[in-house]
Design a protein around this ligand. Structure first.
Ligand code: ADP
Length: 520
């Protein structure tokens, strides 16, 4: 199985991830989780506190209704009280009660000997008497206060039948907004009730009255009403403007904020770690590149030196062998020149300084002059060359020298990566606004999985022959960059063991359709 030449430079993905998770992600996620839990706990505490206060307030509202009822009774009872104190008869008392029955339904008087039927509660140190009609004719309860005779003894209970539902509906607003707030025992009443919704429901759960709308229903707490209001219950809930509701909304925002922040932080860390790892890889790649290039330079120099020494000491057998040594020197010098060109081009491209001089270029000219300088090497290596470049091809928009350089790299590779079947074919065809210049060999070929990576800089597929053939992994990367700068692309078709075809696709010279090159 072929392997890449740089595997030792790459830190495995799992290790990268493990490093990242241990160093940053785990603490970041733990901290974020802690912050979320803490925020939710605080929110729950605030909610529980609000609910506790609402329960307390619901109790207070039920009491406030009783106070309201007693206050209204006391206001209205005064004339009847005066009559009773003067020893007036029951008839007179009833008449006095009738003068103040505007707020109630009908007056009623219970003499002291029948007061056993009435229930009694203390409301702020005052006695509130109440009861139902024993005859069952009245559907509403009776509410009363005690009346005293001239001696100060209780003579009976004077009061009115009244409709608790109507009473609640008409007095809820003043109970909540005035009575609770002016009650000296309702500490903080004003502040607290301002943002609270108070509702009263009947036994069937139907709403009787409300002050403000409920907002955060988790905080709703109820209290049952007693005395003449039995069967009704008061519910207190935070409105949407209550601090607890606002806090709740902030909790949501805060949790989202914490999660986003963590996400951004993790993203930044991933980017930073990737950047650092890439830098490390680059440094390693560069040092491997330097050692590759040094090797590449040293080999031809050694060969040239040996050949020159042989010639100098006249250690050859005849003119034929002398010619062979001279050709060797020439070939190795060409190799050196190409390598130096590659390195220079590479550094210019990296620095963004390589300028391409674009113009109309004839593909057959480019191919001819490239082969001219390469023919010696091909012949020496015993390659069969087949060239098929029609003169009629359209001109391409290119830098002729750069294009030659690309072709030279492809030819060089074709020679390097061929074994026994030493055949190279160079051909060109027009295709969809491009001219494709192809170099085909019958060499070792490239596995499909490696075909895309060979265009990356410093990359070499390290398998069999490639291992023994020298190279810096620069050629195809340069070819790719140069052809891209031409707005073209490089294609590769290869079968391992069968050979490869590299095609440079260069756009035709744009004068509409591409002018066919006139035959010379
Ligand atoms: P170098 O030849 O210096 O290693 P290149 O960038 O020219 O660098 O090529 C990169 C890799 O692509 C080579 O190492 C080789 O594995 C593969 N390659 C290029 N051309 C061919 C070819 N014609 N046949 C087989 N493999 C090739």
């Amino acid at each position: 199985m072929p392997t890449w030449s740089l595997p030792k430079l790459r830190i495995s993905r799992q290790r990268k991830l493990a490093l990242l998770v241990i160093a940053v992600a785990v603490p970041a996620i733990a901290l974020a989780g802690f912050a979320v839990v803490l925020t939710l706990r605080v929110a729950r505490e605030v909610e529980a506190e609000a609910a506790r206060y609402n329960a307390y307030l619901a109790e207070k509202v039920t009491e406030a209704f009783e106070v309201e009822l007693v206050t209204q009774l006391r206001d209205a009872i005064m004339p009847a009280e005066a009559v009773a104190r003067d020893g007036g008869p029951e008839r007179e008392i009833l008449r006095a009660l009738a003068t103040r029955s505007r707020r109630f339904e009908a007056p009623h008087y219970v003499p002291v000997d029948r007061m056993d039927n009435l229930s009694m509660i203390m409301v702020e140190s005052q006695v509130l008497l109440f009861g139902d009609d024993p005859t069952g004719r009245r559907e509403h309860p009776f509410a009363a206060v005690v009346l005293r005779g001239p001696t100060g003894d209780v003579t009976g209970a004077g009061g009115w039948w009244f409709n608790p539902r109507a009473f609640i509906a008409t007095s809820l607003d003043s109970v909540v907004r005035d009575r609770l707030n002016t009650n000296p025992r309702m500490y903080g009443g004003l502040e607290a009730t301002r943002n609270l919704c108070v509702q009263v429901f009947d036994t069937e759960g139907h709403e009787v009255a409300r002050v403000r709308d409920p907002g955060f229903t988790n905080t709703a707490r109820t209290a049952d009403m007693t005395g003449p209001f039995e069967g009704f219950h008061v519910s207190v809930t935070a409105t949407s403007r209550a601090p607890v509701s606002i806090a709740q909304r902030f909790v949501l925002v805060e949790v989202v904020f914490i999660l986003l922040l963590t996400g951004v932080m993790l993203g930044a860390v991933v980017v930073a770690v990737r950047y650092i790892l890439r830098q490390i890889e680059l440094v390693q790649e560069k040092s491997s590149f330097v050692s590759n290039v040094t090797h590449e330079l040293k080999t031809p120099i050694a060969v040239v030196k040996l050949a020159v020494e042989t010639l100098e000491m006249k250690r050859f057998r005849g003119p034929e062998e002398e010619g062979k040594y001279l050709r060797t020197i020439m070939r190795e010098a060409d190799r050196l020149a190409q390598l130096v060109d590659n390195i220079l081009d590479f550094s210019r491209l990296e620095a963004g300084k390589k300028m391409l001089r674009m113009g109309p270029v004839g593909v057959s000219d480019v191919v001819a002059s490239t082969l001219e300088s390469f023919r010696l090497r091909l012949e020496d290596a015993g390659f069969l060359l087949d060239v098929d470049v029609p003169e009629s091809l359209p001109l391409v928009r290119a830098d002729g020298i750069a294009l030659q350089h690309c072709l030279l790299n492809l030819l060089d590779n074709a020679v390097k990566y061929s074994r026994d079947r030493k055949e190279i074919r160079v051909f060109a065809r027009a295709r969809d606004g491009f001219v494709g210049i192809s170099v085909a060999d019958r060499g070792i070929g490239i596995e499909a999985e490696h075909q895309a990576r060979i265009f990356d800089k410093f990359v070499r597929v390290e398998s069999g022959l490639v291992h023994t053939v020298k190279g810096a992994g620069l050629g195809l990367s340069l070819v790719d960059q140069i052809i891209r700068a031409h707005y073209g692309r490089v294609e590769v078709a290869s079968t391992p063991g069968e050979g490869s075809i590299f095609t440079l696709l260069v756009p035709v010279w744009a004068d509409g359709t591409g002018t066919p090159r006139p035959k010379s």
